[in-house]
Design a protein around this ligand. Structure first.
Ligand code: URP
Ligand code: ZN
Ligand code: ZN
Length: 484
């Protein structure tokens, strides 16, 4: 049945205009003034509302085994939370277990995702390097529609990779038309600082923040940028949380390097004071990596979004219950790292970004949807309210209000790091590929409604860093030799 969204203002990343939007099947069929409703059409009255591309959250961890436990939200509860807040697609991380092949891990994650209620995709993690990994990466890109590979520079002894592994993998990414992603924290230094603080008797959640200062993130971000440049690849830095990391990205972009940065909504509005709360549970629930920072770092992140040196706002939704967090009582290094946010990202960014005048509505669409769709090479199928784009739409009521509370959330965890945050501007309706997933608070999406979205490799010209020139030494060795 067609759906006519009538009387709203269409907001894309590059322009806004008053227009009706006609959805037919999974795509947008027409956009224009006073469109007639086809026979049998459902009409959504969007008077006073903005009609924007559904949010895309490129950083989630649903049903993920991590630090001795598994995240509480799976693909069903996580994507339901997303849809209720206006996010129509998530991109999750496929993490091969120790000695597991990427191909086997991919099959596991595809099974987990069968329950998704909204659209979803995957990034593949590179956690070791070998001829097998080298070969598998081609299948991952060409057969599985995954054009992004994640590298953890932290979590020593678990997911962390060293410079040799990263350099080789970055070069392979460039070679395959893929985009490397990094979690940029110096894991060796973090491990040392953790032991130093524990040795001095600092074992509470505040030790987590002390042992991961901005310098460990700044150093790793700079290093990853230089490695990517030497390997001839573009780079995407996830959860950029501090001035040092942002400045490294900004410098790289000014030098013509194709480097992207992703602040999280948590780091934009929450700061390190959260760890000073004397209630252990309260502070432990906020343990994530990188940790919340001293407040002045937020100004740098906002400036990055405003000026374009940072492009995307994500959540890193990695939700653990209070009971799971208690695994780290007496030793902060054992508190499962991660917080939630999928349901609240759009509303919190609108309140803290658009209502304050920091971001225009178009910049909001850029940061929550269009920019990442372009970075992930799925634009304009995703990230645009345009004819022939997937009908992933959020009807946004700028006058609607709510105060965030865990008591009313869809996520399975028993708290919310944004508890008490006052929002003005909320999703009134969410459409995913032409299906009404949520209308006026009524969540209609069902397990299995979500579709796995494949993303094609990037064209060679896009992949190579603008500053990088293939160089061959007199000995005939090419810079960025791709070694299996
Ligand atoms: O603390 C975090 N961020 N947990 C999820 C894993 C990661 O580092 O992204
Ligand atoms: Zn991370
Ligand atoms: Zn993450």
């Amino acid at each position: 049945m067609p759906i006519l969204i009538r009387g709203g203002t269409v907001v894309n990343h590059d322009h806004s205009r008053r227009a009706d939007v006609l959805v037919d099947g999974e795509q947008i069929a027409a956009i224009g003034q006073s469109l007639p409703a086809p026979a049998g059409a459902t009409v959504i009255d969007a008077g006073g509302c903005y009609v924007m591309p559904g949010g895309i959250d490129p950083h989630t961890h649903l049903d993920m085994p991590f630090m001795g436990t598994t995240t509480a939200d799976d693909f069903e509860s996580g994507t339901l939370a997303a849809l209720s807040g206006g996010t129509t697609m998530v991109v999750d991380f496929c993490l091969p277990g120790p000695s597991q092949s990427m191909l086997a891990a991919y099959q596991d994650w595809r099974r987990k995702g069968e329950k998704a209620t909204g659209d979803w995709g995957l990034h593949m993690a590179v956690t070791s390097w070998s001829k097998e990994r080298f070969d598998e990466m081609e299948t991952v890109v060409k057969t599985y529609g995954i054009n992004t590979f994640k590298h953890f520079m932290a979590y020593k002894g678990a997911l962390m990779v060293n410079d040799d592994e990263m350099y080789n993998s970055f070069a392979r990414c460039a070679n395959l038309g893929a985009l490397p992603l990094v979690h940029a924290e110096n894991g060796d230094v973090v491990a040392r600082l953790q032991q130093a603080y524990l040795g001095r008797g600092v074992n509470g959640p505040e030790g987590h923040a002390y042992s991961r200062p901005p310098e460990v993130e700044g150093e790793a971000t700079n290093r990853a940028i230089m490695l990517a440049d030497m390997a001839g690849s573009q780079l995407y830095v996830v959860h950029t949380s501090c001035r040092e990391a942002h400045e490294a990205i900004k410098r790289a972009r000014e030098a013509g390097k194709r480097v992207y940065g992703e602040p999280l909504i948590q780091h934009l509005v929450l700061d390190e004071d959260e760890y000073r709360n004397t209630d252990w549970d309260y502070a432990a629930r906020r343990v994530m990596s990188p940790p919340f920072r001293p407040k002045q770092h937020q100004d740098s992140l906002w400036a990055g979004l405003q000026s374009g040196s940072l492009q995307v706002v994500a959540t890193d939704h990695c939700a653990f219950t209070t009971k799971q967090k208690q695994m780290g009582r007496g030793d902060f290094t054992k508190i499962p790292n991660g917080t939630g946010g999928l349901e609240d990202r759009l509303a919190v960014l609108w309140a803290a970004g658009v209502n304050t005048g920091r971001l225009t509505m178009e910049e909001f669409v850029g940061a929550t949807s269009a920019n990442i769709a372009r970075i992930l090479n799925v634009f304009p199928r995703k990230g645009a309210v345009a004819v022939d784009s997937d009908a992933d739409i959020v009807v946004w009521d700028p006058a609607a209000t709510k105060t965030i509370t865990a008591a009313k959330q869809k996520s399975r965890i028993d708290y919310n790091v944004f508890e008490g945050f006052a929002c003005r501007g909320l999703a009134r309706a969410t459409l995913n590929r032409g299906r009404i997933a949520m209308l006026d608070g009524d969540l209609r999406a069902k397990a299995g409604d979500g579709k796995y979205i494949e993303r094609p490799a990037f064209p060679a010209v896009h992949v190579a860093n603008a500053t990088w020139k293939a160089q061959t030494s007199p000995k005939g060795v090419e810079r960025a030799a791709v070694t299996p």
